[in-house]
Design a protein around this ligand. Sequence first.
Ligand SMILES: O=C(O)C(=O)C[C@H](O)[C@@H](O)CO
Length: 255
Amino acid sequence: MKAPRNDFKRRLTAGEVLNGFWLSLASPVASEALSLAGFDWLLFDGEHSPVDVAGVQPLLQAAATGTASAVVRPAWNDKVLIKRLLDIGAQTLLVPFVQSAEEAAAAVLASRYPPHGVRGVAGATRASRYGQTEDYFAVANQEICVLVQVETGEALDRLEEIAAVDGVDGVFIGPSDLAASMGHLGRPGHPEVQAALKDAAARIAATGKAPGILATNAADARRYVDWGYRFVAAGVDVGVLMAGAKAMLAEVRGG
Ligand SMILES: O=C(O)C(=O)C[C@H](O)[C@@H](O)CO
């Protein structure tokens, strides 16, 4: 048996635009259903949801039934958390709050086995199909995809240095945190924030790395793609659920 390959990384590197969806509910049922809905990738959020490492594993298993590649956001840029997520089979990580080239390099090192990094070695994990794959150690490092999240003005000033780090495959801009850092807490749609997002997409693309972002509706997602973002989550599960449920309730009440 061959070790798992990373479709997300391959398609991103080939220049494709990948349409994603953001999951905060930590529901394996939602993971399975949304993967079967045809998304290219699903983000499992370990930073702003109560899910821990053990809870991410069923999300990965469920996503594997459909078309979507899994992207996992650890709670922090932490080598122990990263190692544990990789062991349960995550191959693509979205590492939050990367402020410098050094922090980006630390995320890459945490994701690679020696001599290219510091990832600890376990014999039989879900990552190696429980030890059943003949080529796991030969391909494991190259199949890891590291996306780093830039979400402050300070990090934006260092965008090119961060993107240039070897092993960084993409740079994701967090619109909500960037808005907060720019003095527009809760207003990612503010014209100054939107201008920064547009500019960031072009700057990231100029480095040869893939720009990524989170939108909260299809119109924003399409505009971000037009600006050059290539891995774009079009919405968040809890947001879509609440909007749909509230609209239905209003209709039922005749409002
Ligand atoms: O800054 C952002 O935007 C993000 O990092 C995403 C947020 O954490 C959140 O909107 C996810 O639900």
